[in-house]
Design a protein around this ligand. Structure first.
Ligand SMILES: [Zn+2]
Ligand SMILES: [Zn+2]
Length: 230
């Protein structure tokens, strides 16, 4: 099986590497690279048809898979026609309303409310954008991450898995954040969900580092036909 790292960032959004450098890194490891820069509102993200077309043009001709990580908590203003020029699309939750998950000072709603809002957002955007892969399932605001194992309860993971099946998106096994947790991957596997592997790498040290993702595939014996096919 050819290992595919389907979640890598470049200088075209907030990464440090050029697309060519990402390709060389992946090639050296024998991996196939999928470039999925951030798209949506926000200073470092690609948004609008003109910017997105420039992004696609920058990847044209390189032997990499073309993708985009749509920022589901913001407005992605890119036409369906342009998005469809990607080989696949990723959706990722990094904020809900005013709550930025990377703001350590953010005021938080009760965690039960927050995790349900996260699933509501995923469902609304799955209908709207038809993404193929959900990035880092279960990523929480910074302050909540130490308690994530307790917060992301069985009811939450069952609803997440049901959404993945209903809207036919793969659950990414993300090595940067080591998500989703093994129990969730295991439940999703039993339920018939599909998976993809992503380093979520932004620099030379982290791009194509798939330690957690590959460990999950091995430990849980995830068969190839349950991996997302590009
Ligand atoms: Zn992300
Ligand atoms: Zn990412």
């Amino acid at each position: 099986m050819i290992i595919k790292d389907l979640h890598i960032h470049t200088k075209l959004s907030d990464g440090k590497l050029t697309p060519e450098e990402v390709y060389s890194l992946a090639y050296a490891k024998g991996y196939q690279a999928g470039i999925s820069d951030h798209c949506g509102e926000g200073s470092f993200q690609i948004n609008g048809n003109d910017q997105f077309e420039q992004y696609l043009n920058a990847l044209e001709g390189l032997p990499v898979l073309k993708s985009a990580e749509l920022d589901l908590g913001t407005k992605v203003s890119i036409s369906r026609e342009l998005l469809d020029r990607c080989d696949y699309l990723i959706g990722g939750v990094h904020s809900i309303g005013d709550l930025n998950f990377f703001d350590s000072e953010a005021r938080l709603p009760p965690s039960a409310v927050l995790i349900n809002k996260m699933l509501d957002l995923i469902e609304i955007k799955a209908r709207q954008h038809r993404f193929d892969i959900l990035a880092h399932p279960g990523l929480l605001p910074l302050k909540l991450r130490p308690a994530a194992g307790r917060i992301l309860d069985k009811e939450w993971s069952q609803r997440l898995i049901a959404l993945a099946l209903k809207y036919d998106f793969a659950l990414e096994i993300n090595s940067r954040w080591e998500l989703p947790y093994p129990e969730i991957v295991s439940d999703a596997l039993a339920a018939g969900a599909r998976f993809s592997l992503g380093s979520d790498g932004h620099c030379r040290e982290t791009a194509c580092r798939l330690d957690y993702s590959l460990a999950m595939v091995k430990e849980l014996n995830i068969p190839e036909d349950r991996m997302f096919q590009v």
